[in-house]
Ligand binder design. Structure first.
Ligand code: PLP
Length: 361
């Protein structure tokens, strides 16, 4: 197929998702597996979302609203965004794909950290664009100076996941906004706030700033709202850019259940509160326990944390912990071969993780 498939796509390595619970169950023959590998919500999904979607099923034979107006209205009511600046999508992954294909291509570049969320580089590469990556700082955060040095007049996109996946590092508003000020007018800053709701430190108030013109802020319902399998996200951007993106996305990119479920989840304050409480308690507990075991948990503002294994191989510890019934994420494929990533869980899950790690060290 080499005459048909472009070289850039031929050379792409596929996205590696966290392991599916059912697959691990079948492989190990263990009935109770705990999954703390994909930064999902361990409490489940927003009950209000589930109820609203069950009700919406009766109309599923109809096409949904191609403009997701009810969801945009709900977002605008909750956060104060201008509906014309909101684009909704089939997960933030869709925005990454559409932005990469619409704005980069041969001769045009995108700048990002390495490691950071792997879909940035994959989509830019698939679009035929140039991927420029800066290594992280010594404390595993975005190296803003190194990133700036990679930006030139070929650069159309600069990706910053904040908090950063997989390390949990965080940029506070001042650092983020002064970085934006230094970018040339030909580059768009894409701030991926997939985990922003979990941050305990100050956050950028985008509506109050009237969304700077060349910034796209991506948010997802996959994490705090517990709707990862539904595939729903939104992005805030300049209305002119929103109009352009709306022309190239699929017309019915967001299915009806996703629209209805997400709008209901936004109103589920009780579930959001319980999620944050569980997450923060779990992260604080895991930090203390890992430290007591002589490991190196890194500070995090997300719903997951990176743990340094004191020189042990991440793949070995991952396998050993897996055989104790807990799925974590080895960061070897991110270039961090002595580090694991684990997400927050309910108390019994966090305790099982600590027991498993203790047993295999
Ligand atoms: C930094 C980051 N951005 C985006 C996503 C994907 O989110 P979605 O489920 O909305 O596609 C993830 C998923 O893990 C992520 O870690």
């Amino acid at each position: 197929m080499s005459k048909i498939i472009p070289e850039a796509i031929e050379n792409l390595s596929p996205y590696v998702p966290g392991r599916l619970l059912e697959d691990v169950q079948a492989e190990l023959g263990l009935p109770d597996i705990i999954k703390l590998a994909s930064n999902e919500n361990s409490l489940g999904a927003s009950p209000r979302a589930l109820e609203a979607m069950a009700d919406a099923l009766k109309n599923i034979h109809r096409y949904g609203d191609a403009d997701a107006r009810a969801l945009k209205k709900a977002l605008s009511e909750k956060y104060g965004y201008d509906p014309a600046s909101i684009v909704t999508g089939n997960g933030s992954s869709e925005f990454i794909l559409v932005l990469a294909h619409a704005l980069t291509g041969p001769g045009l570049s995108a700048v990002m950290s390495k490691p950071s969320f792997t879909l940035y580089s994959k989509n830019v590469q698939a679009a035929g664009g140039l991927v420029r990556e800066a290594p992280l700082t010594a404390d595993y955060g975005h190296d803003l100076e190194a990133l700036l040095k990679l930006v030139d007049d070929s650069t159309r996109l600069v990706f910053l996941d904040n908090p950063l996946n997989p390390t949990g590092a965080y940029l506070e508003p001042e650092a983020l906004l002064s970085f934006y000020e230094k970018l040339p007018e030909t580059a768009l800053l894409v701030v991926d706030e997939a985990y922003i709701e979990f941050a305990r430190k100050p956050k950028v108030d985008w509506p109050a700033l009237k969304s700077p013109e060349r910034v796209v802020v991506m948010r997802t319902f996959s994490k705090v709202f517990g709707l990862a399998g539904l595939r729903v996200a939104y992005a805030l951007m300049d209305p002119g850019l929103a109009a352009a993106i709306n022309k190239v996305r699929q017309p019915f990119n967001m299915n009806t259940l996703a629209q209805v479920g997400a709008a209901a989840a936004l109103t589920d304050d009780d579930f959001i509160e319980r999620t944050l409480k569980m997450t923060w308690e779990s992260l604080d507990y895991l930090t203390a326990e890992f430290k007591a075991l002589g490991l190196n948990p890194y500070p995090t503002e997300a719903n997951f944390m990176m743990v340094g294994l004191d020189g042990r191989s991440a793949d070995d510890v991952f396998q050993a912990v897996l055989h104790k019934g807990v799925i974590t994420r080895s960061l070897t494929s991110f270039g961090l071969s002595k580090h694991l990533r684990v997400n927050a869980g309910q108390p019994n899950e966090s305790e099982a993780l600590v027991r498993a790690v203790k047993a295999v060290l």
